[in-house]
Design a protein around this ligand. Structure first.
Ligand code: ADP
Length: 437
């Protein structure tokens, strides 16, 4: 660290200079004139040094300052010290940028930095190879002009980057890329692109496998069930053990059939390419049918079920899917509420959106289970769920249906008090809103 020298020496020198001038003035018997000449000389001396300083700052290529006397030496040393400090800072910054670029080049993903106007600031080697960006030609070009996929454009302009998106690669439609955007520096965005073709292929294979197995199991099970019904129905069998076995086999076959049906529904929803804005759903009519089914199911438990339905509220969506979601929630409330409970089904407007809710006063669910309830085959009490005949796929189906309809399941539950399963459909799915625009 550099410390400026003491000013005392310079001030002392000035005093000696003035004292000598005054003494010379007394000796020549004209103090005023001698002082005037001395002052002018001092001004000229300082102006000359100012000139030298300006020349050094603006014209000289040399870093080291020229030699100068008195206070000027301090000034030069101060400027020289600042310059050296800035040069070190610049060097460190340069090294940091170099290290960042080297690190980004070594990444297995494509990385693109864009500014607040969506213009490309920098990209790594993988971005050039995988995304077909040309460097430096594409520097300063808008990223949304280069990646034209509508899903990417929507994602990029939405400003909501919590989740990545997957779309076909711009250079090869057989590849799937995952795009993830993150805020970076001041007003910049970091786009990270990863090849997830293998993962999505495996996911497709898994979906196909489940769908195919379920489909193939359906026919043999229908045959077995048919024969079992005939055999248990004719009442010829005298052996009580065989009778019991037949009835049990019939029950288990029906469970397996229900499970397969649920697996098929789930596969169909997962693979669904049906556009949700193409058809409207008459929710009143649909809920009326579900109400009839619920009442039949409720014969045994005799719950007090009330339906509060806004008859005017129609939505865009896929009717079979929405029906499956609503009936799963309502039937679950019937299954998991002790006899004589209260169940409320609500379908109403909430602001510009629509809200569906099923509220029961059943046993409720502990907090630790809530997060996992929509996983396939997740059950709070396995034995109890089996008794109800549940497949463990109901809430998973609900989750997928809602995801397809740009919504999500909200679960609130208190042990001993009851549960509320609800979802909100966004304003763009409300039919009435589409008439206003
Ligand atoms: P299942 O076929 O077992 O009913 P679901 O996916 O529909 O499968 O439900 C998962 C689990 O969530 C159920 O096993 C049950 O423990 C719990 N559950 C669902 N709905 C309710 C409810 N209304 N009240 C209490 N528990 C519920």
């Amino acid at each position: 660290m550099y410390y400026p020298r003491s000013w005392t020496k310079s001030i002392l020198r000035l005093f000696i200079y003035i004292a000598l001038i005054v003494l010379l003035g007394i000796y020549l018997e004209n103090v005023t004139l001698v002082l005037l000449i001395a002052t002018v000389s001092l001004i000229i001396f300082n102006y000359l040094h100012l000139y030298q300083l300006t020349k050094w700052l603006w014209e000289s290529r040399k870093m080291s300052p020229p030699s100068a006397p008195g206070v000027w030496e301090h000034v030069y040393e101060g400027i020289y010290y600042l310059q050296r400090r800035n040069r070190n800072k610049r060097r460190n910054l340069g090294q940091l940028v170099k290290r960042f670029r080297e690190g980004s080049e070594a990444l297995p993903d494509a990385v693109v930095v864009v500014d607040k106007e969506a213009k490309i600031v920098w990209c790594n080697r993988h971005a050039r190879i995988e995304m077909g960006l040309k460097w430096p030609d594409d520097s300063g070009r808008r990223i949304d002009n280069l990646i034209r996929h509508p899903k990417f454009i929507d994602y990029f302009h939405s400003g909501e980057y919590q989740y990545p998106i997957e779309i076909p690669a711009p250079t090869n439609p057989n590849k799937t890329f995952e795009y993830r955007i993150m805020a970076y520096g001041e007003d910049q965005l970091l786009l990270i692109v990863r090849d997830v073709s293998r993962v999505s292929q495996l996911e497709e294979m898994r979906k196909d496998f489940v769908a195919n197995v379920s489909h193939e199991l359906r026919t043999p099970l229908t045959v077995i069930n048919g024969y079992l019904e005939v055999l248990t129905g004719d009442g010829d069998e005298q052996n009580p053990f065989v009778n019991k076995a037949m009835t049990e086999m019939g029950t288990q076959t029906k469970r397996m059939q229900a499970l397969i049906e649920d697996l098929l529904i789930l596969s169909r929803i997962e693979a669904s390419a049906e556009r949700i804005y193409e058809n409207t759903i008459d929710m009143t009519a649909m809920l009326r049918q579900v109400e009839t089914e619920a009442k039949t199911l409720n014969n045994e438990k005799q719950h007090n079920i009330s339906f509060k339905v806004d008859n005017e509220l129609r939505i865009f969506g896929v009717e079979t899917e929405m029906r499956s979601a609503c009936s799963n929630l309502i039937f679950n409330a019937i299954y998991y509420t002790p006899p004589g409970g209260n169940i409320k089904v609500i379908w109403k407007k909430r602001g510009n959106a629509a809200c569906f809710a099923v509220v029961d006063n059943g046993d409720g669910i502990e907090d630790k289970h809530l997060r996992r309830l929509t996983e396939r085959f997740y059950r709070v009490d396995k034995a109890r769920s089996r008794k109800t005949g549940g497949s463990g796929l109901g809430l998973s189906i609900v989750k997928h249906v809602l995801n397809h309809h740009n919504s999500f399941l909200n679960i609130e539950s208190k042990v001993g008090k009851g549960s509320e399963f609800s979802f909100i459909l966004p304003p763009e799915l409300i039919y009435e809103n589409s008439l206003d625009s």
